[in-house]
Design a protein around this ligand. Structure first.
Ligand code: NAP
Length: 242
């Protein structure tokens, strides 16, 4: 199979590439500054005798007239969208450019690309789309509500897309990772028990795609944590420092 991974330099993407290659699948990693990933590409190719392609792709510059992207999507069986940006809520409060970057990188540009993928897969009547959203989208909190609101939009988009594409032979998987130990969170002090490794995240994503799951939490505990967080009454929640 041909796997497209959007968000090449994510630690999870690198691990997805390694694990898919071990299953003899060909992988294309799309992202910014992909030449940094040449050693990884060579390592995976030598170990597994599969093809790993690197494709320079800045989603902020994406438009759907890019013939190379169209061709790559058309040749793929599975597309996994990992592009995201945590950003800085304090900065977004003061600077609209940061706010726009957060919304574009987590929502608008992402669904623009997903729209091309869905059109292509619907025309082929086959394909699987996996989108990495976040539990941050399940309830807005003061520390990252711009990011959370964009991920909420992405989660709802993926719900609707799954519903729409079900009769058309195309499957959509939503991944909600909870905390993950990646470069996005390297400066945050995360509780170990609630934080998944990139290896675990990649394994969960690959399994969810293979089993055509609908929605998956990388760490099952997050499902129950979010039930509790969502149940906190607003008069209490607004006073909490989350
Ligand atoms: N880490 C967590 O705790 C956590 C929790 C929930 C959800 N997530 C989600 O998981 C996904 C992967 O995140 P991560 O933790 O692995 O963090 P990450 O390393 O920061 O991954 C973000 C990815 O987005 C890519 N990206 C950013 N701007 C881009 C642009 N303009 N064009 C193309 N690609 C761009 C990055 O590539 P470059 O670095 O090359 O620009 C990187 O591959 C994200 O969607 C994130 O929101 C993460």
């Amino acid at each position: 199979m041909n796997i497209l991974i959007f968000g090449a330099s994510s630690d999870i993407s690198k691990e997805l590439a390694r694990q898919y290659a071990q299953q003899n699948d060909n992988v294309t990693l799309l992202g910014t500054g992909v030449q940094r990933l040449e050693p990884l590409k060579l390592d995976i190719e030598i170990r597994n005798k599969v093809k790993v392609d690197l494709f320079e792709f800045d989603i902020l510059k994406y438009n759907n007239s890019n013939e190379k992207i169209k061709k790559l999507i058309n040749q793929s069986d599975i597309s996994i969208m990992l592009i995201g940006y945590l950003g800085n809520q304090n900065e977004a409060d003061e600077n609209d450019d940061e706010l726009a970057r957060i919304v574009n990188l987590n929502y608008f540009k992402v669904i623009e690309v997903l729209n091309l993928i869905q059109r292509t897969y619907v025309s082929k009547q086959t394909g699987i789309i996996a989108g990495v959203s976040s539990v941050a989208g399940d309830r807005g909190k003061q520390s990252n509500f711009a990011y959370g609101s964009a991920k909420a939009g992405l989660s709802v988009y993926l719900d609707g897309l799954r519903n729409r594409l079900y009769p058309k032979g195309v499957h959509v998987v939503t991944i909600k990772p909870g905390f993950m130990a990646t470069k996005m969170t390297k400066d945050l002090n995360l509780p170990k028990i609630l934080t998944a490794s990139p290896q675990k995240a990649a394994k969960t994503i690959i399994k969810a795609i293979a089993k055509r799951k609908n929605k998956v939490f990388v760490n099952w505990m997050w499902k129950y944590i979010m039930i509790i967080i969502r149940a906190i009454p607003e008069p209490v929640f607004k006073k909490m420092k989350m």
